[in-house]
Structures are given as C-alpha cells and as structure tokens.
Design a protein around this ligand. Structure first.
Ligand SMILES: Nc1ncnc2c1ncn2[C@@H]1O[C@H](COP(=O)(O)OP(=O)(O)OP(=O)(O)O)[C@@H](O)[C@H]1O
Ligand code: SF4
Ligand SMILES: [Mg+2]
Length: 329
C-alpha cells in the first residue's frame, strides 16, 4: 500500500478492496459479479480526488465501499486511521457523523413531501441535536453555504419549486449540515443543465477549500473532473489502471485506456489537434466474464503478446504517477 504523496494526513484508505455481488438466478442458482477487484486508493484530508471510468467500471461501488455503505468481500477500508472493514453498523457512529454521499439525481434523492428546511434539518435530528433553535441556525448556515438565499425563504419551499441545480445544492446543504470531513459525490452534476453545473461545482470547490472537506468526485466527465479535482484514479472493469495528479494524467495520459478516454473529449486547444491518440473501440466486457491477462486487451490498440497472458500490476512510474500496463516498467 504505497500510493501516497505524503504531506496531508490520510483520511480514507482502500487497501486491496474487492466486491463481488451475488446475483440470484432462480431458486437455487446464483452468479457472481466481480464489480471491484484489488482497488487501492488514498484520499487525504481536504483533498478533491476523482474517480473516472466507463459505466459499470465500479465507481459507485468504490464510493459506497469507502464509507461502508457496502462491506467489501476482500481487502481493508481504513477511516482516519481505524480499520472499519468489519465493524458492525452500531460501531460506525464516527464514520456516519463525518461522511456523506451525494447522488446523481437531485429529483429522487430528496423527499418531495418535506420542505427544503426539513430536508436539511433531518440529519441533525438523526444525530441527536435536540435544541431546535440550534438546528435551525445550522440549517440556515448550510443553505447560505450553498448559496440558497435568503435561507429562511428557501427553507420554507418544497423541492418541486426548485430547479435541478438548486435541488442539488439543497442535497449538498443536507450533506454539510453535520459538518462532514469526507463526501462521496457520485456524478453530482451529470443530470443538471449546463448553466447550473458551474454553480454546483463552485459550491463544492469552496466547501473543499474553505472547510477542508475531502471529496471523492465520481464522474464520466473529464472537463468537470479537471476543474474540480486534484488527483484522479481511472477505473476499468473493477480495477484502477492509472492514478496521478489530475493535470498530469489528463494532459499526458499513459495508460491506453486513459488515452482513449481523453481522446474522446473534443480538443479545445487547436495546437493539439494533430496529437494522435486512439479512441476506445467496442463495448466494455461484462464483470461476469473478465478477460484473462490485462482485462483491457480485447480493446487495446497497443496490445502485444504478453497482454492476454499476464495481468499488469499498478506500478509507480514517476512521482505520484501509477499505471497498470505492460508498456511501462
Ligand atoms: N447491487 C448489485 N447487484 C449486482 N450487481 C451490481 C450491483 N450494483 C452494481 N452491480 C454491478 O457491478 C458493476 C459495477 O457497478 P457500479 O454501479 O459500481 O459501476 P459505475 O462505474 O458506478 O457505473 P455507472 O457509471 O453506470 O454509474 C456493474 O457491472 C453493475 O452491474
Ligand atoms: S497491458 Fe497491454 S493490453 Fe493492457 S493496456 Fe497495456 S498495452 Fe494495452
Ligand atoms: Mg455509478
């Protein structure tokens, strides 16, 4: 478990974490879905860490494992120095107080029958804050933090009166009202119209910078990732294939899969137009049937004879940069 760049304190560590879902098929039969396989991640205190990859690569599963909304089938999950892998729910009070998850869809993640104020107040009640005055003070402060103002007016509204971007900011207010240290934001802007995306991202960036909240930012979208995150891990079929500082990885991707992801984004800089990078061809294989050797080999334009035979390990290539590919090391 290297994957560390030292200065800031480690807050969340996933150490060789795996997750196999059992899916029932009829009365006696079941099949295994190997959604996450041997994932190492370190999120430092106050850091914005992005997790990107195609649909089904295991990003949401990793996010949920990192706050023990799921229990891994292998490996360890460490939060603030304590091994929480096997702790029963009743011993997860510190984790539940200090971590939160924000979901993609602000329409279904908020109860339509509660006012915004009641929605944001709920976690305070759940965490035993009995003084109503104090709760309201915290609710209004959280609404101000996400720029839903004037907070007293917004608190009295029902969610259907808010736009998608405003609802997502209400969901963020609900997440921050208990003053968390770590938030898993699972595609938080992918269902929001373009004009509101920047507002939501700005709010999250400010919470990270000013309140030192660490984020796991899960996304398909490399442009918002580059804006929001400092570090990035690229996932392919349940594995991390590349990790590094976000600018390094997205400016000069090393893994052929990351190169394909970057190539599929239109190039805003005309001077880079002729840099040839192959886009990714074909559909990702199913986690029910993982290819042998390097699991990317059936789609990799640079595959050679070693690739279907040997599974590449994630190795340090330089500074903070790690890559799982036989072309390196
Ligand atoms: N509860 C579950 N039971 C069975 N299989 C599951 C379950 N949840 C996820 N999976 C499978 O695990 C794999 C990873 O899913 P996950 O939702 O973590 O991927 P993702 O990268 O978040 O995808 P997306 O970008 O579509 O949200 C997928 O093949 C998915 O079908
Ligand atoms: S190990 Fe081989 S198949 Fe896998 S990404 Fe590298 S070159 Fe491609
Ligand atoms: Mg997901």
């Amino acid at each position: 478990m290297e994957l560390d760049d030292g200065m800031r304190r480690r807050l969340v560590v996933l150490d060789g974490v795996g997750m196999t879902y059992r899916v029932r098929k009829g009365f006696l039969r079941s099949s295994a879905v190997r959604a996450v396989d041997g994932v190492d991640i370190v999120v430092h205190e106050g850091e914005a860490f992005a997790l990107v990859g195609e649909s089904g690569s295991g990003k949401t599963t990793v996010g949920k494992l990192s706050i023990r909304l799921l229990k891994p089938t292998e490996g360890r999950v460490i939060y603030d120095g304590a091994d929480i892998t096997n702790l029963p729910e009743k011993h997860l009070t510190k984790l539940r107080r200090e971590t939160r998850m924000i979901f993609q869809d602000p329409y279904s993640s908020i109860n339509p029958y509660l006012t915004v104020g009641e929605t944001v107040e709920e976690p305070l009640i759940a965490h035993g804050v009995e003084d109503r005055e104090k709760r309201l003070e915290n609710v209004y402060r959280a609404l101000e933090e996400v720029r839903l103002t004037p907070p007293q007016d917004v608190a009295a509204k029902y969610p259907h009166l808010l736009s998608g971007g405003m609802r997502q900011r209400a969901a963020i207010a609900r997440a921050i009202v208990i003053k968390p240290r770590y938030i898993v934001a699972d595609e938080p802007v992918s269902m929001i119209d373009a004009s509101s995306k920047a507002e939501v991202l700005d709010v999250m960036k400010r919470l990270q910078k000013e309140h030192g909240i660490a984020f796991l930012y899960i996304s398909h979208d490399l442009a918002t990732t580059r804006y929001f995150a400092e570090k990035i891990a690229v996932m392919y079929l349940g594995r991390i294939v590349e990790v590094g500082d976000v600018d390094d990885v997205l400016s000069e991707p090393l893994h052929p899969y990351t190169q394909g992801l970057v190539a599929s984004v239109p190039e805003p800089d005309p001077s880079n137009r002729f840099v040839e990078r192959p886009a990714i061809v074909g559909e990702p294989p199913s986690p029910r049937n993982i290819p042998p050797g390097c699991r990317f080999h059936p789609r990799c334009p640079k595959a050679f004879e070693r690739c279907p035979r040997e599974d590449p390990k994630l190795q340090k290539v330089d500074g903070n940069r790690y890559v799982a590919c036989h072309l390196y090391g």
